[in-house]
Structures are given as structure tokens and as C-alpha cells.
Design a protein around this ligand. Structure first.
Ligand code: BYC
Length: 480
């Protein structure tokens, strides 16, 4: 079989030779109906009969891997796709550096590997659950289609992890695959595993901020797992990253378009002061200070996803060759980190300061630092738009100590500049930093659907180009 092309013969499209792997094929076919039930119950509410102009992966060739067509979401081809195997690949880091990459699970690292795969897998359906109500308030058919594209691909990423569990982890893998369909985002009894995936995504600004900030954590984690010495995990993550790029595009351009519309409306109305929130809101657009608060919220929730700054789990996973650093293959050092140090921002004697820590224990911090750099690039592009309108406002990422629930700073309250506050001060001022109930109510008051082809809600600008180069009035979703 040509690894670039996907086999569409069975129920589950794949490029992993499922037709010859009867045990795994049967296991996945048994899991399939439960997945479809989950999709019907927890996937996009309504719209299951609608025809959505979606891309489906038909190959893993970077030059052309997707085709676009109208699909009913429950009929989407959720396939299992691994990037092509790199010949003679070696474990690139940790104590096994230089050994042949593993095609089977290394026995001594089984539990750790399973945990990483389950956590990664758990986030995928969680995000679909979080976004399930958004279709009802989509600002355009273009956005509605992008939401559904993101949702079906998160569903596919769940398949990617479930394949690894079913193929390589026997009975435990099967149980974990079931568990992934049982947990529910925000459920008090059976919540999803990581904090940010139990939060609500109640409106479209939240959706765009989530896909900008939280999907970017996905990118960083997938990049780190793509370095894994366990080759099937590396290959599956490499292909997932191809799809992930679009999700972050949706986030970045979504926020850009909201900013653009706000600035345009302010200019037309002759409002120069971005802090005159009431006047800006009267125009039916989202004021920039509220966008800053939303960015503060989603950035800080996403930082929590990197775990503790100092982590034995992260050190063990690296040492074992299971989870590398961001773009490990481009870094120039011994790739073992037995002796080096890394500066870690810590809370020492009530003050935030850098402390040189063993590099191996500081890997979560390092990945988080790479993440912050990546986040800042897009924020810079948002600010260019604001600057282009001559409005004196700059969106800034808050300090990493702000609003944290995991790690060094979870025990203190800090403002967005990293100044530590007393509980009383925090209570008084948190509405300056995070969206308040009235901010949320205002945003919600704007969320009315716009389902006419080529039309957009008044609070968001149209995109510069269509998906798959379609014209502006293209009917991306035929609602049924
Ligand atoms: N919430 O040693 P520590 C994505 C737990 S997003 C709750 O510091 P470690 C996507 C931790 O589990 C990417 N619990 O943590 C985006 C541990 O518990 P146990 C998802 C947390 O292990 C958008 C304890 O605290 N992929 O793909 O170094 C849409 C001590 O933790 C949290 C991955 O995350 C938290 N935030 O790092 C769709 C990659 N943080 O084991 C998809 C796989 C920590 O002692 N996961 N804890 O009971 C990992 O690499 C690591 O598990 C983490 C945590 C980076 C998450």
C-alpha cells in the first residue's frame, strides 16, 4: 500500500494497513458505534443533517493531502493517518538517545506512555463538547463551517489516540478508549482531565480566543510528542500538526476580524478613546478592553496546561525518550540535559524571581516559554491592525503569574503585570483583568446567528479570502 494514500475500503479510512490487522480493526469497529453516539450526543448541537463544506484528509502527502466537499458531519470520514515513516529513525533525546526508534511500546515505559496518550486524547473530545452550542449563534456560514471543520478534526485526533491505545496497549488500551467517550467537559462527577477543558466556551469571541491560545498549547504539546522515540506516536502527531495549523488560523483571523470591525466602527463614529467602553458598545461591536480581558483569561487558562514549572513527570518522560522539547531536532546541545540548568520563574520568599534549576526538571517551563513566544507573534499582528486605524491601544499578554491554578503561582493572586495582590485587592480589582458578568452579558447580547450566504454579523469583519478560494457569497453550510 502507498503510505501517502489512504485506504477507503473499510469503515475506517486509514494508511496503517488495518485490513491486514484484524484484531485492531475489529477493536476499532467495536468502538465506532460508541463514538458515533458520543458525536450525536455531545457534538455540534443541531446541524447534524446539514451539508457542510469540509476538508477531508485523503493522503498524508504535504503537497496535497485534503479534498473539499459537502459532507453531513456524522458521515465524515474519521480516519487514522500517520505521517510517513522516516527510515532508520533514532531516539533523538534522553537516556536512549541514538537507539533505534521503537515500533512497539518499550515495556518499562508503558504506563508513562499510556498516560501521555490518554491525556492528549482526552482534550480532543473535550473541545468538541465545549463548543457544541456555538452553531446556534454563528456570525456567518463561513464561521459556522470553520467551527465544524475544527470539531470534526478534533474528533479525528481522538481517533488518532484511540488507534494507539487499541493497537499497542491491549485490554488497558481498550478501557482507556472507552473512558475517553465517558468523561464529559465540565461534568462535576466525570470531568475531562485538564482544567481548561472543563471551562465553558459560551460565545464566539471565546471560541476564537480558545483556538488561538488553547489550540496553540495543542501545537506545542504535539510538537513535543512528535519528537517521541515511540515512532507511531511521533508519526501520528506529525500529521495532526498539519490539521492543527488551520485551527490556530481560525483563532488568529477570528480575533483579527473582530478587532478590525471594532476599529472601523469607532473610526466611522469618530470615537478615538478605546476606553470609552459604553460609547463603543453602543455601536454594537466589542470594545478593545473587553478583548484584552478575554485574552487574559484564555492565555492564563492555557498556561496551566503546561503543568508545574518543575516537574518530575516531564523529566521522566524526556529521560525515557517519550516526550521531547519543542523542535528538539533543531536544538544544539547534548539532548540529555543531565547537567545543564534552565532559568525558572519561581515564587521565592513571596517575590517572583528567576532561579536556575536543573534543565531536566524544568522542561514544562521551557515548553511554556516557547509557547509564550509563539503567542506573542500573533498578538503583534493584532496590534498592527489597531495601529493601522490610529487607535491608541495595545493588546498585551498578562504576566505568567496572573490568574494561575497550576504551578508556582497558583498559591498567590497577581495582577496582569505580575504584582502580587492581597485577597482583598484581588476581589476589588479582578473585574479590571477578567471578563465580568456584565462583559459576558454584553458579548452574549451580540450573539445572533447570521446564516445568509455572504453576510456577516455586525461585530465581525468578513475574511480576506474564502476557504478553498471560494467566493464571498459561497454557501459553506446548507442548513437542513
Ligand atoms: N489540569 O508533573 P506535573 C490539545 C496534574 S492541548 C489538571 O506538573 P506534567 C488541544 C498532572 O496530570 C494539549 N491537572 O505535570 C487543544 C499530574 O497529575 P498526576 C494536550 C494537571 O505531567 C485544543 C500532576 O498535576 N496534550 O491538544 O509534567 C483543542 C503533577 O503535574 C494539570 C498534552 O497535554 C492541569 N492543567 O505535565 C483540542 C500532552 N497540569 O499524574 C486539543 C500530554 C498538571 O500526578 N500531557 N496536572 O496524577 C502532558 O504532557 C502532561 O500530562 C501535562 C502535565 C503537560 C499536561
Amino acid at each position: 500500500m502507498n503510505i501517502m494514500n489512504v485506504d477507503y475500503d473499510g469503515i475506517i479510512p486509514n494508511n496503517v494497513g488495518l485490513n491486514q490487522d484484524i484484531r485492531v480493526r475489529k477493536a476499532l469497529e467495536r468502538w465506532h458505534p460508541g463514538y458515533l453516539d458520543w458525536w450525536q450526543d455531545m457534538g455540534p448541537e443541531g446541524f447534524q443533517q446539514s451539508l457542510v463544506y469540509l476538508r477531508t484528509a485523503v493522503s498524508v502527502d504535504p503537497k496535497g493531502w485534503a479534498k473539499f466537499d459537502y459532507v453531513r458531519m456524522p458521515e465524515y470520514k474519521w480516519g487514522i493517518l500517520l505521517a510517513p515513516q522516516v527510515e532508520d529513525r533514532k531516539v533523538a533525546f534522553g537516556s536512549h538517545r541514538g537507539e533505534k526508534a521503537w515500533q512497539e511500546v518499550p515495556g518499562e515505559h508503558r504506563a508513562m506512555l499510556r498516560r501521555l496518550i490518554v491525556i492528549q486524547g482526552d482534550t480532543e473530545p473535550a473541545s468538541v463538547e465545549q463548543q457544541r452550542h456555538l452553531g446556534k449563534t454563528a456570525p456567518s456560514l463561513y464561521d459556522l463551517r470553520n467551527l465544524f471543520q475544527v470539531n470534526v478534526e478534533e474528533g479525528r485526533h481522538l481517533w488518532a489516540m484511540v488507534y494507539l491505545l487499541q493497537k499497542y496497549f491491549g485490554a488497558d488500551g481498550r478501557d482507556e478508549a472507552e473512558g475517553l467517550l465517558q468523561r464529559r467537559s465540565g461534568d462535576p462527577d466525570t470531568p475531562r482531565m485538564l482544567g481548561a477543558f472543563n471551562e465553558k466556551t459560551p460565545d464566539w469571541l471565546s471560541f476564537f480566543m480558545f483556538t488561538y491560545f488553547t489550540d496553540r498549547d495543542g501545537k506545542m504539546q504535539l510538537e513535543a510528542l512528535a519528537q517521541s522515540g515511540f515512532d507511531p506516536l511521533s508519526r501520528t502527531c506529525r500529521f495532526m500538526l498539519t490539521e492543527e495549523a488551520h485551527h490556530m488560523f481560525v483563532g488568529e483571523t477570528g480575533v483579527t476580524r473582530i478587532i478590525e470591525r471594532t476599529c472601523q466602527a469607532m473610526k466611522e463614529a469618530g470615537i478615538d478613546d478605546p476606553h470609552d467602553v459604553a460609547a463603543v458598545r453602543r455601536l454594537g461591536v466589542i470594545d478593545l478592553p473587553t478583548m484584552q480581558k478575554k485574552a487574559n483569561l484564555h492565555f492564563s487558562l492555557s498556561l496551566d496546561l503546561f503543568g508545574n514549572e518543575i516537574s518530575t513527570n516531564a523529566a521522566n518522560a524526556f529521560h525515557a525518550g517519550l516526550k521531547g522539547r519543542y523542535r528538539e531536532d533543531r536544538l544544539k546541545d547534548d539532548h540529555q540535559l543531565e547537567s545543564g540548568t534552565y532559568p525558572v520563574l519561581r515564587l521565592i520568599d513571596g517575590r517572583i524571581q528567576n532561579e536556575e534549576s536543573p534543565a531536566l526538571s524544568a522542561l514544562n517551563m521551557r515548553l511554556r516559554d516557547d509557547y509564550v513566544v509563539d503567542c506573542n507573534a500573533g498578538v503583534g499582528r493584532w496590534n498592527k491592525v489597531i495601529e493601522g486605524f490610529g487607535i491608541p491601544f495595545e493588546i498585551k499578554l498578562p504576566h505568567v503569574a496572573f490568574h494561575r491554578h497550576i504551578g508556582e503561582f497558583s498559591s498567590v493572586k497577581a495582577d496582569t503585570d505580575g504584582v502580587i495582590l492581597s485577597d482583598g485587592e484581588w476581589e476589588k480589582r479582578q473585574g479590571d483583568f477578567l471578563p465580568s458578568d456584565s462583559d459576558r452579558d454584553f458579548i452574549e447580547s451580540l450573539m445572533h446567528p447570521q446564516y445568509e450566504p455572504g453576510r456577516f454579523a455586525g461585530w465581525i469583519a468578513p475574511p480576506k479570502v474564502g476557504i478553498d478560494n471560494k467566493p464571498g457569497d459561497f454557501e459553506y453550510v446548507k442548513i437542513m
